[in-house]
Design a protein around this ligand. Structure first.
Ligand SMILES: *[C@@H]1O[C@H](CO)[C@@H](O)[C@H](O)[C@H]1NC(C)=O
Ligand SMILES: *[C@@H]1O[C@H](CO)[C@@H](O)[C@H](O)[C@H]1NC(C)=O
Ligand SMILES: *[C@@H]1O[C@H](CO)[C@@H](O)[C@H](O)[C@H]1NC(C)=O
Ligand SMILES: [Cu+2]
Length: 309
């Protein structure tokens, strides 16, 4: 992070404290699925594959929510019947409805298989989901900028465009491991903002998690080595006071930043921050409903309020 960004961060705390965000859509191979808009009174239309949650302020969860399960998929999260079809090894583009520049920190993603249900992740018991980290926003690479203290993953999320053609545009591409076993999964995608990391009276580090239902199909071509899930219960993902959460962004060089969480699983292949981009829109995607080990297309009228889980 540059010195000017540090100053900006300090100066901007008060004015942007209430400006947060949510995931407005998810694109897979250019096919678009709806996110969940938590603002009160707004319609959430069909084709939604992102879990509903109760954050009308577009806000966050913090260490107070590690034990009650809200750290998993945000406050009072509720699953959806629909799943986004995707092949193992492909990327899922999670588009945030903008992101405040001063909300700096890591961007992390996890997956959990949905087991013991006949409808995939629709009726899964969220307390029983076990998470495996598949994207750690590669902080080692972020820190290799020679002349500055580095650039946070959130900076790349807002704007990357290093090849000057494909820009991230508030999107994060999460690549699924090629060896991931087919079936229903919840993708847990999360931004951690450290702007109040060392200010407990302001709530400390802020977690912005969202969950997406996916139906993972086998990759085309040769069979890759199996990917082994790690499986951490949500209450064990983070520890209050961890140096990567209790971290002063204005007084510390990024080089000593230590990522919180269980660590990247062996065999995961995240898209590095410098190569983040947003897929062009191709068409609206057709999500699927899971019926045992197979799926049928999910049809929902794209009318206001028709599909609020
Ligand atoms: C960025 O995303 C927004 C929201 O989808 C879209 O309206 C805008 O055109 C995108 N910008 C670029 C440069 O693609
Ligand atoms: C979580 O945030 C709330 C609201 O800002 C704050 O009152 C609370 O102290 C925070 N909890 C912890 C453990 O930091
Ligand atoms: C890196 O961070 C340290 C500690 O905050 C600061 O003193 C130094 O000026 C920063 N360097 C640059 C190039 O921003
Ligand atoms: Cu905020």
């Amino acid at each position: 992070m540059t010195r000017s960004l540090s100053l900006l961060a300090t100066a901007g705390l008060a004015s942007t404290a209430l400006a947060h965000s949510f995931v407005s859509y998810v694109r897979i191979n250019g096919e678009q699925f709806n996110g969940y808009d938590p603002r009160p009174g707004l319609p959430n239309v069909g084709h939604r594959i992102v879990w509903a949650h109760n954050a009308p302020d577009q806000g966050w969860v913090n260490a107070s929510h590690y034990a009650n399960g809200d750290i998993a998929c945000h406050r009072d999260a509720v699953s959806v019947p629909a799943h986004g079809p995707v092949r193992a090894g492909q990327t899922v583009g999670v588009h945030w409805n903008g992101w405040p520049r001063i909300h700096v920190g890591p961007v992390l993603s996890y997956i959990a298989p949905c087991t013991g249900t006949s409808d995939g992740c629709a009726s899964v018991n969220k307390a029983q989901l076990k998470w495996t980290m598949i994207d750690n926003s590669a902080p080692g690479l972020i820190n290799k900028e020679p002349t500055t203290n580095g650039t946070w993953a959130t900076d790349f999320l807002i704007f990357s465009g290093f090849d000057d053609k494909r820009r991230s545009n508030n999107t994060w591409q999460v690549r699924l491991p090629a060896g991931l076993k087919p079936g229903p999964y919840v993708l847990r995608h999360e931004i951690i903002s450290l702007h109040y990391g060392t200010v407990p009276e302001e709530g400390g580090a802020q977690h912005y998690p969202i969950c997406v239902n996916l139906w993972v199909l086998p990759p085309t071509g040769s069979t890759p080595a199996p990917f082994n899930l790690v499986g951490v219960p949500s209450g064990d993902l983070y520890e209050a006071g961890h140096p990567g959460l209790f971290y002063d962004i204005t007084a510390r060089p990024m080089a000593d930043y230590v990522l919180p969480g269980p660590g990247l699983a062996a065999g995961a292949t995240p898209v590095i921050p410098q190569e983040q981009y947003e897929d062009a829109w191709v068409r609206d995607g057709v999500p699927v409903k899971v019926q045992g080990t197979t799926t049928v297309p999910f049809f929902a009228k794209r009318t206001a309020g028709a599909f609020r889980a």
